[in-house]
Design a protein around this ligand. Structure first.
Ligand code: CO8
Length: 261
């Protein structure tokens, strides 16, 4: 598929969705949001894709929502734009395929908020994160006020949002925002190694695990354990469960069917 601001590559079950708007450091205007949404729907519908990586072209992951586009909007236009972004971010957060944010540079504003929607986050040590919205007189409107406190706790989230302070990958890792920090040189190799480790496992089991974790995120353990039970039960009798158990008994590596549900 050809998109203006997103490059989509697929190889060996791994899809790479690369933001490509170099003239604005991959800022999220409406067209970029639509292109990312189209790429996400493409990989979501593709049974061959087992892992989805998001990354940026050049020195930026995403430099934020597009300030020039927002500048021309009135209240209703902003609601429309904000909802478009929020719907895309939630779609990414809840899609059944595992996602990796490979943070290659600036993750500012909506870019930082994008990272918070992904399952696994890897950045190289020069990548940086910032929620500068209050310096622009606005609120982190792609749901950063909601997701950041869940990720790092309310006091730290408030400090980052109230100050608009920029942090580099090591500090983001220490706060629990990132899974791993790499050197710039080994960055892509480590991202792909992680994606391959995931892709080797049962895609149907991972999608059920993710569904259970997403559904159970905000519920009591008593409700959550029953959610898990439902998804656990659904695994039994699937081709991957049968293959996984057979491979154990036959002392060989499992060869899964790549079925995502
Ligand atoms: N929007 C639009 N254009 C941008 C953006 C952006 N967020 N970021 C960079 N650009 C453009 C610049 O305008 C510039 O274009 P031009 O050459 O035509 O002037 C080009 O990208 C290159 O930028 P710089 O020359 O500034 O590059 P530097 O390497 O010197 O600096 C920075 C890079 C530090 C990333 C700098 O560009 C910057 O601070 N950008 C703004 C970052 C920012 O404030 N992001 C948050 C935006 S607000 C937000 O994301 C809110 C999300 C929720 C919205 C909800 C909807 C209601």
């Amino acid at each position: 598929m050809t998109l203006k601001h997103v490059l989509l590559e697929k190889e060996d079950g791994i899809a790479v969705i690369r933001f490509h708007r170099p003239e604005a450091l991959n800022a999220l205007n409406s067209q970029v949001l639509e292109d990312i949404a189209a790429a996400v729907e493409n990989v979501a519908a593709d049974e061959g894709v087992r892992v989805v990586i998001f990354t940026g072209e050049g020195k930026s992951f995403i430099s934020g929502a597009d300030i020039h586009e927002m500048d021309n909007k009135t209240g209703l236009g902003i609601i429309d734009y904000s909802r478009k972004g929020a719907a895309l971010f939630r779609r990414i957060e809840t899609m059944t395929k595992p996602t990796i944010a490979a943070v290659n540079g600036y993750a500012f504003g909506g870019g930082f908020e994008f990272v918070l929607c992904t399952d696994i986050r890897i950045a190289h040590e020069k990548a940086s994160f910032r929620l500068p919205e209050v310096s622009l007189g606005i609120v982190p409107g792609f749901n950063g006020t909601q997701r950041l406190p869940k990720c790092i706790g309310m006091p730290r989230a408030k400090e980052l949002i109230f100050t608009g302070r920029r942090i580099f990958a090591r500090e983001a890792y220490d706060m629990g925002i990132l899974n791993r920090v790499t050197s710039p040189e080994s960055f892509w190799e480590e991202v792909m190694a992680e994606a391959n480790l995931i892709a080797d496992n049962s895609a149907s089991a991972i999608s059920l695990v993710k569904a259970a974790m997403t559904a159970g995120e905000d519920v009591s353990i008593d409700v959550g354990k029953d959610i898990e039970l439902g998804y656990m039960t659904a695994c039994f009798g699937t081709p991957d469960q049968i293959e996984g158990f057979n491979s154990f008994k036959e002392k060989r590596k499992a060869v899964f069917r790549n079925i995502c549900v």
